[in-house]
Design a protein around this ligand. Structure first.
Ligand SMILES: [Fe+2]
Ligand SMILES: [Fe+2]
Length: 254
Protein backbone atom coordinates (compact mmCIF):
# COMPACT_ATOMS: atom_id res chain seq x y z
CA UNK A 1 0.00 0.00 0.00
CA UNK A 2 1.32 3.40 -0.93
CA UNK A 3 1.23 5.48 2.23
CA UNK A 4 3.37 8.36 1.12
CA UNK A 5 3.53 11.14 -1.32
CA UNK A 6 6.24 13.63 -2.06
CA UNK A 7 6.09 17.27 -2.96
CA UNK A 8 7.40 18.83 -6.08
CA UNK A 9 7.15 22.29 -7.57
CA UNK A 10 4.18 21.02 -9.57
CA UNK A 11 2.31 19.76 -6.51
CA UNK A 12 1.62 16.32 -5.09
CA UNK A 13 3.02 13.33 -6.87
CA UNK A 14 2.13 9.79 -5.90
CA UNK A 15 5.31 7.81 -5.71
CA UNK A 16 5.63 4.58 -7.65
CA UNK A 17 9.41 4.44 -7.38
CA UNK A 18 11.85 5.91 -4.85
CA UNK A 19 11.85 9.63 -5.51
CA UNK A 20 14.90 11.78 -6.08
CA UNK A 21 16.63 12.67 -2.84
CA UNK A 22 15.58 16.31 -3.07
CA UNK A 23 11.87 15.46 -2.97
CA UNK A 24 10.45 15.64 0.51
CA UNK A 25 8.28 12.91 1.94
CA UNK A 26 4.92 13.95 3.30
CA UNK A 27 3.53 11.72 6.02
CA UNK A 28 -0.25 11.76 5.99
CA UNK A 29 -1.78 13.21 9.10
CA UNK A 30 -3.47 11.03 11.69
CA UNK A 31 -6.69 13.00 11.28
CA UNK A 32 -6.83 12.37 7.53
CA UNK A 33 -6.26 8.65 7.88
CA UNK A 34 -8.03 7.54 11.09
CA UNK A 35 -10.46 4.77 10.25
CA UNK A 36 -8.60 3.77 7.10
CA UNK A 37 -5.88 1.18 6.49
CA UNK A 38 -3.46 4.04 5.81
CA UNK A 39 -3.53 4.98 9.47
CA UNK A 40 -1.58 1.93 10.57
CA UNK A 41 0.97 2.13 7.78
CA UNK A 42 1.46 5.87 7.38
CA UNK A 43 4.73 5.88 9.33
CA UNK A 44 6.30 2.96 7.47
CA UNK A 45 7.93 5.35 5.03
CA UNK A 46 10.26 6.54 7.77
CA UNK A 47 12.10 3.22 7.71
CA UNK A 48 15.51 3.68 6.05
CA UNK A 49 14.80 1.06 3.39
CA UNK A 50 11.68 2.93 2.30
CA UNK A 51 12.97 6.42 2.76
CA UNK A 52 16.28 6.05 1.00
CA UNK A 53 18.08 9.38 0.81
CA UNK A 54 14.88 11.37 1.00
CA UNK A 55 14.05 13.67 3.88
CA UNK A 56 10.66 14.27 5.46
CA UNK A 57 8.90 17.57 4.84
CA UNK A 58 9.52 20.17 7.52
CA UNK A 59 9.25 23.88 6.77
CA UNK A 60 7.96 25.54 3.63
CA UNK A 61 6.02 23.18 1.39
CA UNK A 62 6.91 23.58 -2.29
CA UNK A 63 3.34 22.60 -3.18
CA UNK A 64 1.96 25.69 -1.42
CA UNK A 65 2.63 29.41 -1.90
CA UNK A 66 5.05 30.81 0.65
CA UNK A 67 3.41 32.85 3.37
CA UNK A 68 4.80 36.22 4.47
CA UNK A 69 6.77 36.32 7.73
CA UNK A 70 3.88 38.08 9.50
CA UNK A 71 0.72 36.74 7.83
CA UNK A 72 -2.52 38.67 7.97
CA UNK A 73 -6.02 37.23 7.93
CA UNK A 74 -6.43 38.04 4.25
CA UNK A 75 -3.11 36.31 3.43
CA UNK A 76 -4.73 33.06 4.54
CA UNK A 77 -7.68 33.65 2.18
CA UNK A 78 -5.32 34.41 -0.71
CA UNK A 79 -2.52 31.92 -0.14
CA UNK A 80 -4.11 29.02 1.69
CA UNK A 81 -7.88 28.75 1.17
CA UNK A 82 -7.81 29.53 -2.54
CA UNK A 83 -10.55 31.12 -4.61
CA UNK A 84 -13.21 28.45 -4.35
CA UNK A 85 -13.21 28.10 -0.58
CA UNK A 86 -12.71 31.79 0.03
CA UNK A 87 -15.53 32.56 -2.34
CA UNK A 88 -18.13 30.79 -0.24
CA UNK A 89 -17.34 32.98 2.75
CA UNK A 90 -17.01 36.09 0.60
CA UNK A 91 -20.43 35.52 -0.97
CA UNK A 92 -21.94 35.06 2.45
CA UNK A 93 -20.37 38.32 3.67
CA UNK A 94 -21.48 40.10 0.50
CA UNK A 95 -25.09 38.99 0.97
CA UNK A 96 -25.02 40.19 4.56
CA UNK A 97 -23.61 43.54 3.49
CA UNK A 98 -26.34 43.98 0.87
CA UNK A 99 -28.96 43.05 3.46
CA UNK A 100 -27.78 45.92 5.64
CA UNK A 101 -26.14 43.79 8.35
CA UNK A 102 -23.81 45.80 10.57
CA UNK A 103 -20.05 45.44 10.08
CA UNK A 104 -19.32 42.93 12.84
CA UNK A 105 -22.02 40.66 11.43
CA UNK A 106 -20.50 40.94 7.97
CA UNK A 107 -17.13 39.96 9.46
CA UNK A 108 -18.79 36.96 11.15
CA UNK A 109 -20.08 35.83 7.74
CA UNK A 110 -16.64 36.34 6.20
CA UNK A 111 -15.15 34.12 8.91
CA UNK A 112 -17.95 31.63 9.46
CA UNK A 113 -16.44 28.55 7.77
CA UNK A 114 -12.77 29.29 8.42
CA UNK A 115 -12.46 26.14 10.55
CA UNK A 116 -13.86 24.03 7.70
CA UNK A 117 -11.81 25.51 4.88
CA UNK A 118 -8.54 25.72 6.82
CA UNK A 119 -8.52 22.90 9.34
CA UNK A 120 -11.22 20.27 9.58
CA UNK A 121 -14.91 19.79 8.78
CA UNK A 122 -15.88 18.04 11.98
CA UNK A 123 -17.19 20.63 14.42
CA UNK A 124 -15.97 23.40 12.16
CA UNK A 125 -17.95 26.09 13.97
CA UNK A 126 -16.17 25.31 17.22
CA UNK A 127 -12.74 25.16 15.57
CA UNK A 128 -13.44 28.40 13.73
CA UNK A 129 -14.57 30.23 16.85
CA UNK A 130 -11.41 29.19 18.66
CA UNK A 131 -9.20 30.27 15.77
CA UNK A 132 -10.60 33.79 15.72
CA UNK A 133 -11.39 34.13 19.43
CA UNK A 134 -8.41 36.31 20.46
CA UNK A 135 -8.89 38.69 17.52
CA UNK A 136 -12.60 39.47 17.36
CA UNK A 137 -15.33 40.62 19.71
CA UNK A 138 -16.95 37.88 21.73
CA UNK A 139 -20.26 38.03 19.87
CA UNK A 140 -18.51 37.38 16.53
CA UNK A 141 -16.79 34.25 17.87
CA UNK A 142 -20.10 33.18 19.45
CA UNK A 143 -21.89 33.52 16.12
CA UNK A 144 -19.26 31.47 14.28
CA UNK A 145 -19.33 28.79 16.97
CA UNK A 146 -23.11 28.38 17.05
CA UNK A 147 -23.91 28.77 13.36
CA UNK A 148 -22.97 25.10 13.07
CA UNK A 149 -25.73 23.92 15.40
CA UNK A 150 -28.25 26.47 14.13
CA UNK A 151 -27.85 25.21 10.55
CA UNK A 152 -29.75 22.07 11.60
CA UNK A 153 -32.79 23.86 13.01
CA UNK A 154 -35.20 25.99 10.99
CA UNK A 155 -36.36 29.40 12.15
CA UNK A 156 -39.36 30.58 10.14
CA UNK A 157 -39.36 33.99 11.77
CA UNK A 158 -35.77 34.60 10.65
CA UNK A 159 -36.52 33.18 7.19
CA UNK A 160 -34.33 30.12 7.62
CA UNK A 161 -35.53 26.71 6.38
CA UNK A 162 -33.77 23.41 6.95
CA UNK A 163 -31.52 23.20 3.87
CA UNK A 164 -32.58 20.87 1.08
CA UNK A 165 -28.87 20.25 0.53
CA UNK A 166 -28.65 18.67 4.01
CA UNK A 167 -31.50 16.29 3.14
CA UNK A 168 -29.65 15.45 -0.08
CA UNK A 169 -26.23 14.85 1.44
CA UNK A 170 -27.01 13.58 4.96
CA UNK A 171 -30.28 11.78 4.21
CA UNK A 172 -33.87 12.37 5.22
CA UNK A 173 -33.47 10.49 8.47
CA UNK A 174 -30.29 12.16 9.72
CA UNK A 175 -30.60 13.38 13.30
CA UNK A 176 -27.80 15.57 14.72
CA UNK A 177 -25.99 14.42 17.84
CA UNK A 178 -27.50 15.46 21.18
CA UNK A 179 -24.73 18.01 21.80
CA UNK A 180 -25.80 19.88 18.67
CA UNK A 181 -29.37 20.03 19.94
CA UNK A 182 -28.18 21.16 23.37
CA UNK A 183 -25.99 23.87 21.86
CA UNK A 184 -28.87 25.00 19.66
CA UNK A 185 -31.10 25.33 22.75
CA UNK A 186 -28.39 27.31 24.52
CA UNK A 187 -27.84 29.64 21.57
CA UNK A 188 -31.59 30.06 20.94
CA UNK A 189 -32.09 31.80 24.26
CA UNK A 190 -28.82 33.73 24.21
CA UNK A 191 -28.64 37.49 23.66
CA UNK A 192 -26.36 36.94 20.65
CA UNK A 193 -28.66 34.47 18.91
CA UNK A 194 -29.43 37.05 16.24
CA UNK A 195 -25.92 37.21 14.84
CA UNK A 196 -25.47 33.44 14.83
CA UNK A 197 -28.84 33.00 13.08
CA UNK A 198 -27.96 35.74 10.61
CA UNK A 199 -24.93 33.71 9.49
CA UNK A 200 -27.16 30.76 8.65
CA UNK A 201 -29.58 32.97 6.74
CA UNK A 202 -26.78 34.34 4.55
CA UNK A 203 -25.04 30.97 4.32
CA UNK A 204 -27.78 29.02 2.62
CA UNK A 205 -27.73 30.85 -0.68
CA UNK A 206 -23.98 31.38 -0.87
CA UNK A 207 -22.92 28.57 -3.13
CA UNK A 208 -22.89 30.24 -6.53
CA UNK A 209 -19.51 29.29 -8.08
CA UNK A 210 -19.89 32.01 -10.74
CA UNK A 211 -20.45 34.93 -8.41
CA UNK A 212 -17.14 36.65 -7.83
CA UNK A 213 -16.66 38.86 -4.79
CA UNK A 214 -13.38 40.63 -4.23
CA UNK A 215 -11.54 39.99 -1.02
CA UNK A 216 -10.38 43.60 -1.13
CA UNK A 217 -13.97 44.75 -0.67
CA UNK A 218 -13.68 43.64 2.95
CA UNK A 219 -10.26 45.09 3.77
CA UNK A 220 -11.74 47.99 5.73
CA UNK A 221 -14.23 45.91 7.72
CA UNK A 222 -11.47 43.43 8.61
CA UNK A 223 -9.22 46.33 9.52
CA UNK A 224 -11.82 47.80 11.85
CA UNK A 225 -13.00 44.62 13.56
CA UNK A 226 -10.27 41.95 13.35
CA UNK A 227 -7.38 42.70 15.71
CA UNK A 228 -4.53 41.59 13.55
CA UNK A 229 -1.45 40.81 15.72
CA UNK A 230 1.66 42.78 14.80
CA UNK A 231 3.78 39.61 14.77
CA UNK A 232 1.41 37.95 12.30
CA UNK A 233 -1.16 35.20 12.83
CA UNK A 234 0.73 32.16 14.09
CA UNK A 235 3.52 34.10 15.76
CA UNK A 236 1.88 36.16 18.48
CA UNK A 237 2.12 33.54 21.26
CA UNK A 238 -1.67 33.54 21.65
CA UNK A 239 -3.31 30.29 22.82
CA UNK A 240 -4.38 29.64 19.22
CA UNK A 241 -1.16 30.60 17.39
CA UNK A 242 -0.40 26.93 16.71
CA UNK A 243 -3.70 26.55 14.85
CA UNK A 244 -2.70 29.30 12.42
CA UNK A 245 0.79 27.78 12.07
CA UNK A 246 -0.86 24.47 11.20
CA UNK A 247 -2.47 26.21 8.23
CA UNK A 248 0.85 27.79 7.24
CA UNK A 249 2.66 24.41 7.33
CA UNK A 250 -0.20 21.88 7.10
CA UNK A 251 1.92 18.94 5.97
CA UNK A 252 4.87 19.20 8.32
CA UNK A 253 5.53 15.86 10.00
CA UNK A 254 5.84 17.45 13.46
FE1 LIG B 1 -20.61 26.29 8.32
FE1 LIG C 1 -20.97 28.16 5.04
Amino acid sequence: MDDTCATSAAGDVRLQQPAPADERIVVKSALATLGTPDYETRLDVLAPERRGERKVLMGDDPALPKMPAAPTLLDFYRLRFGPRHSNHMLQSASLALKAGVEEKGVLACLLHDIGLVGLVGTDHGYWGAQLIGPYVDEDVAFAVRYHQALRFVPDAQAGYDYPQSYIDIFGEDYVPEPYIRADYEFARSHKWYGMARMITVNDVYSFDPDAVVNLEDFTDIVGRHFRQPREGLGFDSSPVAHMWRTMIWPRNFL
